[in-house]
Design a protein around this ligand. Structure first.
Ligand SMILES: Cc1cc2nc3c(=O)[nH]c(=O)nc-3n(C[C@H](O)[C@H](O)[C@H](O)COP(=O)(O)O)c2cc1C
Length: 154
């Protein structure tokens, strides 16, 4: 499958999560375009393509909010011609439980509601490192790919 992997990251945690997701997808033989949403202005051609699956990754701001960079990117996606707009969207991200469990990775809950996606969410505590994070990411990637395979064509 052709997959767009787009992430927003302030201090590197979500960038590392995206790198690990990318590795899992590449190991499964998928064609992945990975972008940081804050630099996508430099790569407009990436958005002028059709993808079988969109993976959006983000950190979470105060009180579970979606960061401005990801909100801008979502708005940008919504303005694309219909054939380039995402139809299968899975969300992942990093956050911190110390901000309160009700806000933990809240941006993912908000984006999931916006997109009405039924793909599973991947919520990671801060920087993914170690075997536990890798297992969590591998299981999420496998679940997303299985669900996408069962869905109708893009
Ligand atoms: C001002 C501020 C507010 C935050 N609020 C939340 C929050 O409500 N929920 C949460 O899960 N994480 C919150 N965080 C933590 C970040 O989402 C978390 O550190 C994340 O891993 C950062 O990802 P990044 O390194 O990719 O930027 C907040 C961080 C900052 C700086």
């Amino acid at each position: 499958m052709r997959i767009l992997l787009a992430y927003d990251s302030l201090s590197g945690n979500t960038r590392e999560a995206s790198r690990l997701v990318h590795g899992q997808l590449a190991a499964s033989g998928h064609d992945v375009a990975e972008i940081c949403v804050s630099t996508i202005a430099d790569h407009p051609t990436v958005l002028a393509m059709q993808y079988d699956l969109h993976l959006l990754g983000t950190w979470t701001g105060g009180l579970g909010r979606t960061p401005a960079g990801m909100k801008s990117f979502v708005a940008r996606l919504s303005r694309l011609p219909s054939e380039f707009q995402p139809k299968n969207i899975a969300l992942f991200g990093t956050g911190e439980t110390q901000w309160g469990m009700q806000w933990f990775c809240g941006a993912l809950d908000r984006l999931a509601a916006y997109y009405k996606t039924e793909y599973p969410l991947l919520k990671l505590e801060q920087m993914p490192s170690g075997d536990s994070s890798r297992r969590q990411i591998a299981a999420w990637v496998a679940a997303v790919l299985a669900r996408r395979a069962a869905a109708s064509p893009a």
